[in-house]
Design a protein around this ligand. Structure first.
Ligand code: FES
Ligand SMILES: [Fe+2]
Length: 342
């Protein structure tokens, strides 16, 4: 049996029953956030991000006065001014000035905007709409922070697709020799070998062997995929790996941000301990762009748009679809996922 049932016990009490709002989600690449307010969306909620001397801050993109988007306003020294009537809010979300009341005017105690937790990590800005049940996903063996490892991230891709569908695609072995047959096929051909999928406290994990290359797959609830590969030939070496490169390790990550139920921003990042003198664009930047384009047309075509979490829906193959089966079981452990998942 390839898939061990994911129970609430094995899946981790801190995650089971969580709603999507109770996770950290990436919202922006750090380069997309500056000292002026910028609009983003997460789980259908409009949010505004800006950066001041103490770091990045996130608010609901809604002025308490008349509901205008604060991202239309401006900021100075981290104080955000609404474009409509000029109310000013500090980094805690408290209103600190209402021009129409004049200097010293009594500001109503309720005059504050909703603030969200926000942090920068892995070159991305992460936001939690509610108190998060778990930490931001950690790279396998914390590889991103490890000495002798080089990491980079690229600007996000936007797909007209549900984040669950996109996440499942990122961890799908069976499509490599079809959708990506010209770029990243499995060396052993299209037949998928038996592989164990095991539940973990963060989600699930699987090991897969393809020719001389060992893969470790991790899916962190709800929408993060890590793929760690060992045994790759150095960049630029034609014909793929033929063995002898076991010490070469790379790991890529696909962080899927559920902008709303129909739109997903995908943040790709990777790190490696070899080919360090090769520019990132040459190492995987160009390739990743092409691979994403190939996947996008496939995933955007999927119906229903929501990923079905009931296993009786759609048709599953026990071994080739083992990771997807585990992922759908994992999603079924969440609750109050609303329109984003059925
Ligand atoms: S709507 Fe923002 S100040 Fe009036
Ligand atoms: Fe793909």
């Amino acid at each position: 049996m390839s898939v061990q049932p994911i129970t609430s016990r094995s899946f981790g009490d801190q995650i089971a029953g969580a709603s999507l709002a109770e996770f950290w989600h990436p919202v922006a690449h750090v380069s997309e956030v500056g000292d002026q307010p910028t609009a983003f969306s997460l789980l259908g909620e409009r949010i505004v991000l800006l950066r001041d001397a103490d770091g990045v801050v996130a608010f609901q993109d809604l002025c308490i006065h008349r509901g205008v988007a604060l991202s239309l306003g401006s900021a100075e020294g981290g104080v955000l001014t609404c474009a409509y009537h000029g109310w000013k809010y500090d980094r805690t979300g408290a209103c600190v000035h209402i021009p129409q009341l004049g200097e010293g005017g009594a500001i109503p105690r309720k005059a504050r905007i909703r603030k969200y937790q926000a942090v920068e990590k892995y070159g991305l800005v992460w936001v939690a709409l509610e108190e998060p049940r778990c930490d931001i996903p950690s790279w396998p063996e914390d590889m991103w922070e490890a000495p002798g490892v080089h990491g980079h991230s690229i600007l996000p891709k936007e797909w007209r697709a549900n984040a669950g569908r996109a996440t499942e695609n990122a961890a799908d072995l069976s499509h490599l020799n079809f959708v990506h047959r010209d770029l990243i096929p499995l060396q052993d051909g299209p037949v998928i070998h038996e592989h164990v999928v095991e539940p973990t406290e963060y989600g699930l994990r699987s090991m897969y062997r393809d020719g001389p290359v060992s893969w470790e797959w991790q899916i962190h609830a709800p929408f993060t995929v890590f793929a760690k590969k060992s045994g790759l030939a150095p960049a630029g070496e034609a014909g793929g790996s033929t063995g002898g490169f076991e010490q070469n390790v790379m790991c890529w990550a696909a962080f899927h941000s559920p902008v709303d139920e129909h739109l997903t921003r995908i943040f790709y990042a990777s790190c490696r301990n070899y080919s360090l003198d090769v520019p990132d664009a040459e190492y995987d930047g160009k390739l990743v762009g092409l691979v994403f384009d190939q996947d996008q047309v496939i995933v955007e075509s999927q119906r229903p748009e929501h990923i079905p979490v009931e296993l009786r829906e759609e048709l599953h193959l026990k071994v080739p679809d083992a990771i997807a089966l585990g992922y759908r079981q994992l999603l079924s452990r969440l609750s109050r996922v609303g329109p984003y998942l059925p």
